[in-house]
Design a protein around this ligand. Sequence first.
Ligand code: HXC
Length: 526
Amino acid sequence: MTATENADGRTRRRLDELARRRAELAAQATERGAGRQHAKGKLTARERIDLLLDPDSFTELDALARHRCHNYGMEEQRPYGDGVVTGYGTIDGRKVCVYAQDFTVLGGSLGEVFGEKIIKVLDLAIRTGCPVIGINDSGGARIQEGVVSLAYYAELVKRHVAASGVIPQISLIIGPCAGGAVYAPATTDLVVMVEDISHMFVTGPDVLQAVTGQTVGMEELGGAHRHNAVSGAAHYMAADEKDAFDYVRMVLGHLPSNNMGDTPVFAPTAARELTEADRALDTLIPDRTAESYDMMRVVNAVIDDGELTQFHQLFAPNVICGLARVEGHSVGVVANQPTHLAGALDIDASEKAARFIRFCDAFHVPVLTFVDVPGFLTSMEQERDGIIRRGAKLIYAYCEATVPMVTVITRKAYGGGYGVMGSKHLGIDVNLAWPTAEIAVMGGESAVRIIHRQDIRQAEDPEETRERLVSEYTETMCTPYVAAERGYVDAVIMPHETRAQVATALDTLRDKRMTRLPRKHGNIPL
Ligand code: HXC
């Protein structure tokens, strides 16, 4: 006699009960719910998880959990799962934890059980040291559950903060995310939004209108473009949901599973022999110093396959930040972009790069910096808005980082920009400069205007004198050699040597170990 055929059929009934509950769970995913979701151009929570994870790798947790709320007739609808799908699976064969809010169930609103489920999966990710990916699509705090919902948001954020710098945490906003609910994703490492269907705001358009009288649309207030290009609250704007999941998979492919792990290593994609792309760097820098060029050409020539996974691509484009590989090993690229604001550092660029460097440092990703910076942006607005306090984040981030760091100066490294952008003095391990590097307090025109004002005024031919003095200053001071003589750059290299030199430097630094003095934490200017 088998277990299911025992005398009173009790075991059979128990198995049937589970089958019934499972069927009920499956039936909950109604065509109506999915249809409403699809009509908004959105996938369902389960479709999203399927797209994100490796096929058939998902194991669900708490599928049968149900809310315990008795307010407002809530007893009448106690859907299984309570509006959030949680569990674990793999991405490229590596373990991850995931949760996806299900807007088709109670508007994906967060109540007590919903909160417990997310906390459980976050705790599991922290305990086992694997990345966690949260998919947000929710009406926010479940109105019927009152303060309990608010409490769970705060509990959630507490977990995200505890996990910060321990495991990679990625948030996707694919639908609404409003009110205090925005602060859970905001405390994670990366926020991804999808064009047209993602919205994030502390105060929605209706309340804003009531309080301030301003009429603003959802898109303008908190759409994907707004947060990617203007506020900087999001790091990537995906064209559609598949693009968003592809991006997340790409980012995770560059990271260790946790701060104690190693980044995945791939086979080098190119030999050290000189390529056309290497040689092309010798003619990249324009003769006229005021002329711009695309720093992406330098970055692409140095990294494997020219593949840079950018962070904040639409925000502060005067600095480029992204993950790449050099000879198969992960690297975080930070580079001034002369095609935007001449590569000058402003508040947004400083904060963008600072956060990225700290992200790399937390997860053992070496930082590779390319410098062409005329300095900090000169503007009344920038001074007023706190370029001192906010620009300081960048220098702070370089100073506190302990990962291997390599800097290449391609052209301008003037004034504060020189000091801040990965200079030797901040603890950068290997500093290289091209012969076209101009490492000085400022450019010739500005310098001569200040130190030779009297000479020019008193000269017989002021314009000719000015030009001669500018030329003299530029030839003697705006070069890499003053710095090289003092060891502020370790080597002046031909541009075509950059890829090999960077690869050798990173290889040499691979086992770098540095410890800081014990302290509770530093006090980065916020
Ligand atoms: C309970 C909710 C809900 C909520 C939506 N629903 N939001 N149920 N609590 N917060 C339910 C709706 O009643 C509806 O149920 C279903 O979800 C779908 O909602 P719709 O309104 O039909 O969808 P749509 O037209 O797409 O509008 C989406 C929306 C809207 C813009 C998100 O639902 C909305 O404005 N919701 C409230 C948003 C909000 O203010 N939340 C509180 C934020 S404050 P039926 O049964 O009709 O299908 C917050 C505090 C966090 O979250 C604090 C942290 C410390």
